[in-house]
Ligand binder design. Structure first.
Ligand code: SAH
Length: 218
C-alpha cells in the first residue's frame, strides 16, 4: 500500500470514526479521495492531519472532520442534485460526487475555479460541474437542490439559497461572525424551514451580494 493511502485510512479511523462519523458511504468516500492531490505541493505532507490547510488566494481547505460532518449532515442516498458554494480546492466536491448523482459547485475566485475544474476532470470526477460566479445567489438554472453545502461563513442564510432548496431538502451552512460560526442544517418542510445546530466552526468568509461585502465585518 502507498504511504499516503495508509495515512488516509488512519485519518478515517482516528479523526472520523472516533468522532461519530457513522455514515458508511461518507467513510468510504473519505477513504477513497486522495486529499493530498488537491493541495499545493508545499502542504501535501500534512494532507491527512487533523487540520485545515492553506490554498492560494488566502483560502483554506477544511479539516477532514468538518468535510465529513457536512457530508453526513446532508444525508445523501445517491441520487440527489447537490449544490456546493465555495469549491476551493475541489476536495469536498469530490467527496460529494461519490455520494450522489450530480454536484454543482460554485467558486468566486477564478484561479481556484480553474484549478479545481482541471483537477476534478483529471482525477475522473465527471459528475462535478464547476461554475465561476457568486454562490450567494445560488444557481437558479438547476434549482431546486435536494442538498446544499456552503463552505464559507455567512452572517445569515442567503435568501436565494433558501429559495432553491427542494421540499425535504437539506442546507448545511456556517452562520455567525467573521471569527466563529455555528454550523446549521436547514430542512425544508413545505413552506416551513426547520433549523438545527450541528457544531461550532470557523470558516473563511462568504463574500458576495447576499452575504459579506468585501472588507466588511472585521
Ligand atoms: N470546499 C473547499 C473549501 C472552501 S474554502 C475545499 O474542499 O477545498 C471557501 C471557498 O469559498 C473559498 O475558495 C472562497 O474563494 C469561496 N467563496 C467565498 N465567497 C464565495 C461566493 N460568494 N461564491 C462562491 N465561492 C465563494
Amino acid at each position: 500500500m502507498h504511504g499516503m493511502d495508509r495515512e488516509r485510512l488512519n485519518m478515517v479511523r482516528k479523526q472520523l470514526m472516533r468522532r461519530n462519523i457513522r455514515d458508511r458511504a461518507v467513510l468510504e468516500a473519505m477513504s477513497t479521495v486522495p486529499r493530498h492531490l488537491f493541495l499545493p505541493e508545499n502542504v501535501r505532507q500534512y494532507a491527512y492531519e487533523d487540520r485545515a490547510l492553506p490554498l492560494s488566494a488566502g483560502q483554506t481547505v477544511s479539516q477532514p472532520f468538518i468535510v465529513a460532518l457536512m457530508a453526513q449532515a446532508l444525508m445523501l442516498t445517491g441520487n440527489e442534485r447537490v449544490l456546493e458554494v465555495g469549491t476551493g480546492s475541489g476536495y469536498a466536491a469530490a467527496i460529494l460526487s461519490l455520494l450522489t448523482a450530480e454536484v454543482y459547485t460554485i467558486e468566486i475566485v477564478p484561479d481556484l475555479a480553474e484549478t479545481a475544474q482541471a483537477r476534478l476532470a483529471a482525477l475522473g470526477y465527471h459528475n462535478v460541474h464547476v461554475l465561476l460566479c457568486d454562490g450567494t445567489s445560488g444557481l437558479p438554472e438547476h434549482a431546486p437542490y435536494d442538498a446544499m453545502a456552503v463552505a464559507a461563513a455567512s452572517p445569515w442564510v442567503p435568501q436565494p439559497l433558501r429559495q432553491q432548496l427542494a421540499d425535504g431538502g437539506r442546507l448545511v451552512i456556517p452562520v455567525g461572525g467573521r471569527d466563529d460560526q455555528l454550523l446549521l442544517r436547514l430542512t425544508r418542510q413545505g413552506e416551513m424551514i426547520k433549523t438545527e445546530r450541528l457544531s461550532g466552526v470557523r470558516f473563511v468568509p462568504l463574500i458576495g451580494e447576499h452575504a459579506w461585502k468585501e472588507g466588511e465585518g472585521h
